[in-house]
Design a binder for this molecule. Structure first.
Ligand code: ZN
Ligand code: ZN
Length: 224
């Protein structure tokens, strides 16, 4: 076996799930441990190359960007990012990881993760590779936290509503819009034909008021 990344089920610990383990077969066929753990971890137990075929759930990947892309689909993303870092730092390979948002190939040392969840034990699984460009594009201008999708002001929903709350005029205008909707619903019940006509005016009014609200918010955002 040459020029391959090997993934296999390392041992779990008692009462726990298995952990993904990785090794690397270089161009001469020499096997290097990348990460091994638990009772079946290859290098923990001093296993040798001829035993590799006996490794649990062995999967092999070419040392190419496509191979890494496939690994990201097969294993925990934070593990794969760590493995690619080792391949670069220790073995001098030129590889990157694909950003889950823009598909750009990024240096694994620079990426962050979109979310994290518990692993059923005390650990945390990080998921969703985010490249530096997507990270800064998705970071709220006000709270400076990564929120993913921001509105057109570059704010998260929470900061947007906080800003709105602090502009009295926006409060009043928003109320006008919501009262307009109530009125529209009332008219629709009483006279659907009339509601149709009113609806047009209402749409125009909402459009104008929303524009004014947007200007007020923008002025506030520009002050930040
Ligand atoms: Zn990206
Ligand atoms: Zn925010």
């Amino acid at each position: 076996m040459k020029n391959k990344i090997l993934g296999y089920h390392g041992g779990g610990y008692s009462g726990c799930f298995w952990e993904p383990n990785f090794a690397y077969a270089d161009k001469s066929g020499k096997i290097h441990d990348l990460y091994s753990s638990g009772r079946d971890g290859m290098f923990d137990k001093g296993k040798q190359i001829h035993e590799i075929k006996d490794l649990d759930c062995l999967q092999t990947y070419p040392i190419t960007q496509k191979g890494v892309d496939k690994m990201l689909k097969d294993y925990r993303e934070d593990f794969v990012v760590g493995i690619v870092k080792i391949l670069i730092d220790k073995h001098g390979l030129e590889l990157g990881v694909k950003c889950g948002k823009c598909n750009q190939i990024a240096d694994p040392h620079d990426v962050t993760f979109e979310s994290y969840k518990g692993d059923g034990g005390i650990g945390v699984i990080h998921d969703g590779v985010i490249c530096p460009d997507c990270y800064s594009a998705g970071t709220c201008q006000k709270c400076e936290e990564y929120c993913g999708d921001l509105n057109s002001y570059g704010l998260c929903d929470y900061c947007q509503s906080e800003i709105e709350k602090n502009i009295p005029q926006v409060q009043i205008l928003s109320e006008v819009i919501s009262k307009g909707y109530d009125k529209l619903a009332e008219i629709s019940k009483l006279n659907p034909k009339c509601a149709k006509k009113y609806n047009k005016q209402h749409d125009q009014a909402c459009h104008d008021i929303s524009k004014e609200i947007a200007e007020l918010i923008e002025a506030e955002v520009n002050k930040m």
